[in-house]
Design a protein around this ligand. Structure first.
Ligand SMILES: [Fe+2]
Length: 248
């Protein structure tokens, strides 16, 4: 049973308690550290998250990496100022404990300076997409990604390939749409995935959380990670804002 704690709504706790954790854990393991759960979030919580996103369209950082990705992103730093409900959910003790039981890992929140800790991805213009990739961990340990569907009036799909890095296990391909309230969770270095291109008039907004097993990152990898985030996601101001504002 998942007990109440700061930041955990009772409806989220009862939803977590209602899930068949044992069954989901088996599915997660069979799929090489990947799981999709429809209607994961309580509908009222999904509605509150969608409402929080509504006021953020003017704060989206557009990015374009030719041949790889195009879209809009909002980093944790903007979310902290504009949508604290998202930060509260990210820090939910009940959610974290549930994820630990699912993955079998001791999970930690991403460090304060990581703009990916919680972020929003916007697919709002024709051709917004991200090509095949892994969510590579630059940390000393593993990096787990959560995707939570919020708005999906689009034809975009999450295409994925399981077991690509497991010797002797055939690769399995799949494709899903993450409906509002749906959850995808995976080990970033295990799942090869992409989001297919949006078409004219379509809108898709997804929320992503990142948890790690070790918060240490070698300074060299930190620089590479920051540069990638600055060019590919959030812009220099967001990624380096701690340095620009003189905060550590
Ligand atoms: Fe990804």
């Amino acid at each position: 049973m998942f007990a109440s704690a700061t930041g955990d709504g009772p409806d989220l706790i009862s939803r977590l308690n209602s899930l068949n954790l044992e069954g989901l854990r088996g599915e997660y393991a069979r799929q090489g550290s990947f799981l999709y759960v429809e209607n994961f979030l309580p509908p009222a919580l999904t509605a509150r998250l969608i409402a929080a996103v509504g006021g953020m369209s003017g704060l989206v950082n557009r990015n374009y990496l030719p041949g790889h990705k195009r879209g809009g992103s909002v980093s944790r730093h903007v979310i902290d100022a504009q949508a604290p409900i998202i930060a509260e959910l990210y820090r939910s003790t009940a959610l974290l404990r549930w994820l630990e039981q699912l993955t079998g890992e001791r999970l930690q929140l991403s460090p304060r300076g990581d703009p990916h800790a919680y972020a929003l991805y916007f697919y709002t213009r024709p051709g917004d997409h991200i090509g095949w990739h892994y969510d590579t961990s630059y940390y000393a340990g593993r990096r787990y990604t959560l995707l939570l569907g919020l708005i999906d009036d689009s034809s975009c799909r999450l295409d994925y390939q399981l077991h690509t890095r497991e010797a002797g296990i055939p690769t399995v391909s799949g494709s899903i749409k993450i409906a509002p309230g749906g959850l995808v969770v995976f080990d970033g270095d295990a799942l090869r995935h992409r989001i297919t291109s949006s078409l004219p008039g379509e809108t898709r907004v997804s929320l992503t959380f990142e948890y790690v097993t070790d918060t240490y990152m070698h300074p060299g990898w930190r620089l590479i990670s920051n540069m990638k985030d600055a060019f590919g996601y959030f812009g220099f101001r967001q990624v380096f804002h701690r340095f620009l504002s003189g905060r550590k």
